[in-house]
Ligand binder design. Structure first.
Ligand SMILES: [Zn+2]
Length: 283
């Protein structure tokens, strides 16, 4: 029970509540209901987009409960950083007035990976963002990176990471036992539209971070993550930084830095939906 995260410690483990039930809301894209949104400001949008018409963003803070995720050399748990970051991001997204936001967990509890995926599918989420912290063998490596789903890992580190994130056998994790053949089938179910959406989200995140939030030298990565396998929801897994790097760990523990990170992710998601609206208008 070590709370080593400074001023943000009050956030840990506190259930921030779940937004009102949105389960019945239909899946809308911005462009379908608000043709003027392309040139409107965020303020203008908030007054024109009814709550039920806002796209639902599903945030997935990695790990939780008995699963701490990566542990920094000084004992900070990944599961605490992912939850605090997701709560910050939820607030930033809601403040735009453009989105509804749901979370796969809002407290320190273990949720099986397939339940997280099912949550996004059942609520007809427009985007799924899984939030994690990296742990790399080289402590000098730092920066964020973004994963999209692929049968073929972009590098051996990515393959190992996906294996680790998909679950240690000691946890009650149904996806941990998925055979490579079944995993391939699940990944191949991803539709072309979903794949394009996921790639766009990954691109927008990197663009929004560049020069402001540190990025790994090669921040665009791919691996077969169980949590990205919903074939119908554009999804990405964001490694917000490396817990194995002292500078990144300090950054991720800082409430001010996490606020900055939440703002950059929000700008990326704004860009994603702006482009999505334009694609639909053009098409
Ligand atoms: Zn993780």
């Amino acid at each position: 029970m070590r709370l080593a995260l400074g001023g943000a410690a009050a956030v840990w483990g506190v259930s921030a509540g779940v937004p009102p039930a949105f389960a019945k809301a239909k899946h809308h894209h911005l462009g379908a209901t608000s043709p003027t949104a392309r040139s409107g400001s965020s303020t203008a949008r908030s007054s024109t987009i009814a709550m039920a018409d806002r796209p639902l963003i599903m945030l997935d803070p990695g790990h939780g409960g008995e699963d701490p995720g990566a542990i920094a050399p000084d004992g900070v748990y990944e599961k605490h950083i992912t939850l605090a970051s997701a709560l910050d991001l939820r607030q930033a997204l809601e403040q735009t007035g453009r989105y509804r936001v749901a979370m796969t967990r809002t407290r320190d509890v273990y949720i099986p990976l397939d339940d997280r995926v099912a949550d996004a599918m059942n609520q007809n989420a427009s985007l799924f963002l899984s939030m994690h912290c990296d742990h790399l063998p080289d402590a000098d490596l730092r920066g964020a990176s973004v994963f999209t789903l692929s049968n073929d890992a972009s590098d051996t580190l990515a393959a190992g990471l996906a294996q680790a994130e998909n679950g240690p056998a000691t946890l009650d994790n149904p996806m941990a036992g998925t055979s490579p053949q079944v995993a391939d089938i699940l990944a191949s179910l991803e539709t072309r539209a979903t794949k394009i959406g996921s790639q766009s989200l990954a691109y927008d995140l990197q663009s929004s971070f560049r020069g402001i939030v540190p990025l790994l030298p090669d921040p665009k990565r791919a691996a077969n993550f169980a949590v990205l396998r919903d074939p119908s929801t554009p999804a990405a897994l964001l490694e917000m930084g490396c817990l194995t790097n002292k500078l990144d760990e300090t950054r991720l523990r800082s409430p001010a830095e996490r606020t900055k990170l939440a703002q950059r992710i929000t700008l990326a998601i704004n860009s994603y939906f702006d482009n999505d609206a334009e694609r639909r208008i053009a098409g």
